[in-house]
Design a protein around this ligand. Structure first.
Ligand SMILES: [Zn+2]
Length: 553
């Protein structure tokens, strides 16, 4: 166990760094994220070790990043090859809900004073925490510059030790709250460092705030949920509302698919007594931009599915089946309705022409290629160029971009009958967990080991969960079935490898177990976001350090 002398004055160091770090208003997916670079480069300058070893710290390029953001990193090299990686994200979410308190959002002390003036309007739990003085309020404090400041402060102290055992790398990334461009870039950096210094990665430690289920028991997460986002695009057949049976409305069919998937527990999986939350639709729109008396030509949406064990393939297969069943059901209902209509109205045509048709994006692509060959391929590639430029310029979002691409393909498909197209939209987060890793040896015991420490030292118990359900960058700590996943993304995700990329080879190379050890935090992304000072300044730095020392010993 580390000598207490090591921690002398650490509270002051963490606080000083955190207050400065928070003042950098690094809103996610904005040019502001780059303000972190000078802030941290200046901080590296204050540390003798990094002045002496400038090659061990700096700003690492994220290839093709639309905002030219960087991964910030620092490394302390000690004896041997064992290495621990500490990660955190430096982007923060917006402050719209701070309303009149916006100017105090990044100043914890002033914000607390101002909140006290309006404390009666706060939820009871937040008000009590505010009055206790035990919590630090402010945007980006809890989520997650608190964890970041703990990591940097520990790194500085390691750099001052004469005889450090092992290696520690701190990696700070942008874009976690968006598409994790930072962490996907960091995977490349970690693979390069591994090669260069022949590192043996023991574990990746994130320090996102822990979300406790009870006040007197802490929690470590030894993994994190995956996230996958299937899309569905329903192409109907346009007609005037006075002649509904001559057309096919995409709205009814899409609604059926939505109804059968939203919150559908068949899409969840249970592992080690934990369950992923059921899926929900994040986006759903028809293609109309004006009012007229025609039905919409198409309707599209995407569904967020959180996974503990499912692969992209298994999610896609399940969704496809639901699309097929929904198509049959809606057609059946439409025919029944038509029969009743015919009994009175005596239309010319006695039978509806529609047949169920459900296919993947790639199948649609191949049909367009069959129909129009090179002309289609050229037009598609050009459209992709235009769209990625628009995306990079912030003129569209990734979901709209995906559907514009689908519509482009439809322009080159000769058969106009209604159909359902399915596929995947970025981002994709692999599910990871120490539960799945074989051969971890004593690292399997990290939670009981740390629990013994916290119980003895602070009289506080810690348990573990195998999956952090908040979605976090630990998803990019490793991968087990990268070939299958790569094949699925290539097949079903139109934007994969173009605008959106995951460096699977590098990810496979760095694959290591992971854990989240963070301070207790509440109300992330809200006005009352806060982190427990006791954890921030005293307990969490000691727990993280204890883990580091053990993993490197
Ligand atoms: Zn976070």
């Amino acid at each position: 166990m580390r000598n207490e002398k090591f921690f002398e004055g650490i509270e002051k160091d963490i606080k000083e760094l955190l207050y400065g770090y928070m003042k950098v208003e690094s809103f996610s997916f904005s040019a502001n994220e780059r303000l972190v670079e000078p802030f941290l480069l200046d901080w590296f300058e204050t540390i003798p070790y990094f002045r002496e070893h400038p090659e061990l710290c700096g700003a690492y390029d994220i290839p093709g990043d639309p905002l030219d953001r960087k991964v910030m990193y620092g490394m302390v090299r000690g004896r041997g090859n064992k290495a621990v990686v500490l990660i955190h994200h430096y982007d923060v979410v917006g402050i719209e809900d701070f309303k009149l308190l916006k100017e105090y959002a990044f100043s914890p002390d002033e914000l607390s004073e101002k909140l006290m003036e309006v404390k009666d309007s706060l939820p009871r739990d937040a008000r009590e925490d505010l009055e206790s003085g035990d919590w630090l309020f402010g945007r980006g404090g809890c989520d997650m510059k608190a964890g970041g400041s703990i990591q940097w402060t520990l790194l500085k102290r390691y750099s001052e030790m004469d005889d450090f055992e092992g290696n520690v790398i701190v990696v700070a990334v942008p874009d976690e709250e968006n598409m994790s461009a930072g962490m996907r870039g960091a995977v490349r950096l970690l693979a390069e460092l591994k090669d260069k210094y022949e590192l043996d990665y023991r574990m990746m430690i994130n320090s996102e705030p822990q979300q406790r289920k009870s006040a007197d028991e802490g929690i470590f997460s030894e993994g994190t949920v995956g996230k996958i986002m299937p899309f569905v695009y329903v192409r109907g057949y346009l007609s005037h509302v006075g002649k509904v049976f001559e057309g096919f409305s995409p709205v009814n069919l899409m609604s059926e698919i939505v109804r059968r998937t939203d919150l559908n527990m068949d899409f969840t999986d249970a592992v080690a007594g934990e369950s992923s939350p059921p899926p929900t639709w994040l986006y759903l729109k028809d293609s109309k931009t004006v009012y007229d008396v025609s039905m919409p030509l198409s309707m599209a949406g995407c569904l967020s599915v959180l996974t503990l064990n499912q692969t992209p393939m298994s999610v896609i297969e399940r969704l496809k089946k639901i699309c097929e069943e929904s198509f049959d059901k809606i057609l059946g209902e439409m025919r029944a309705s038509f029969d009743r209509f015919c009994a009175v109205a005596k239309p010319l045509v006695k039978e509806l022409p529609w047949q169920p048709c459900v296919m993947s994006f790639m199948e649609l692509y191949n049909e367009a290629l069959r129909d129009h060959g090179e002309a289609f391929r050229k037009a598609y590639d050009e459209e992709l160029e235009v769209l990625t430029a628009k995306l990079t310029g912030g003129d569209t979002n990734i979901i709209e971009c995906n559907f514009e691409l689908v519509e482009k393909v439809f322009e080159y498909v000769d058969d106009l009958s209604p159909r359902v197209i399915y596929g995947l939209v970025p981002p994709y987060y692999p599910n990871v967990s120490n539960y799945y890793y074989e051969g971890l040896g004593e690292r399997k015991e990290i939670t009981p080991y740390l629990n013994e420490f916290t119980t003895k030292k602070f009289g506080e118990r810690y348990t573990n969960e195998y999956f952090f359900t908040g979605i976090c960058d630990l998803s990019f700590s490793g991968i087990t079935e990268s070939k299958e996943v790569t094949a699925a993304l290539n097949e079903y995700m139109p934007l994969f490898g173009k605008y959106y990329d995951i460096p699977f080879d590098a990810l496979e190379k760095i694959t290591m177990p992971c854990i989240n050890i963070g301070p207790w935090g509440k109300d992330f992304h809200k006005l009352t976001e806060r982190v427990l000072k006791r954890d921030l300044y005293q307990r969490t730095p000691r727990i993280v350090d204890h883990a580091v020392e053990w993993l490197l010993g």
